[in-house]
Design a protein around this ligand. Structure first.
Ligand code: CMP
Length: 138
């Protein structure tokens, strides 16, 4: 079934010039880009996006990181897009969970600065896409 999911290439991915590589992996997998934007995020948007992590020890540093420099936000579409993008991205911990061949497994060492974000379920994708691209289906 066709789904949409939110893709973030976080500030570390932009700073390390990995945007082209990451988008190429998405396209080669067969997912379709339906929205794409380079933007610097304010504290309010970052808090809405990461609301489920509020109160966790890493939350203040995560907000600081995600608002620190431009990131790329995108929506991609395809069959089982949520799981497909999470498969390409690799696990959150890039050393102990992400395997080689995934974006995090190939390019990241830090659990915070882990290059990319993907929605964790179709319901999260719907919520997150509405935050980042409120006019997408307008
Ligand atoms: P992401 O997939 O965007 O979802 C939540 C983010 O919080 C995660 O990627 C990391 O950037 C960050 N994060 C999750 N767990 C930790 C942790 N234990 N320490 C630091 N940052 C974390």
């Amino acid at each position: 079934m066709t789904e949409r999911t939110l893709v973030l290439i976080k500030p570390d991915g932009v700073a390390r010039a990995l945007v082209g590589d990451i988008l190429a992996r998405i396209e080669r997998k067969g997912l379709t880009l339906v929205a794409l934007e380079l933007k610097t995020v304010d504290d309010e948007l970052a808090r809405r996006h990461y609301a489920e992590h509020e109160g966790k020890p890493f939350f203040p540093a995560l907000l600081e990181f995600i608002t620190s420099a431009p990131l790329v936000a995108a929506v991609v579409e395809g069959p089982r897009a949520v799981a497909a993008w999470r498969q390409i991205a690799g696990g959150t911990d890039p050393v102990e969970k992400a395997v080689p061949g995934t974006i995090r497994g190939d390019f990241a060492l830090s659990t915070q600065n882990n290059l990319v974000h993907g929605s964790d379920s179709p319901e999260s994708a719907e919520r997150e896409i509405a935050i980042w691209f409120p006019d997408l289906d307008a």
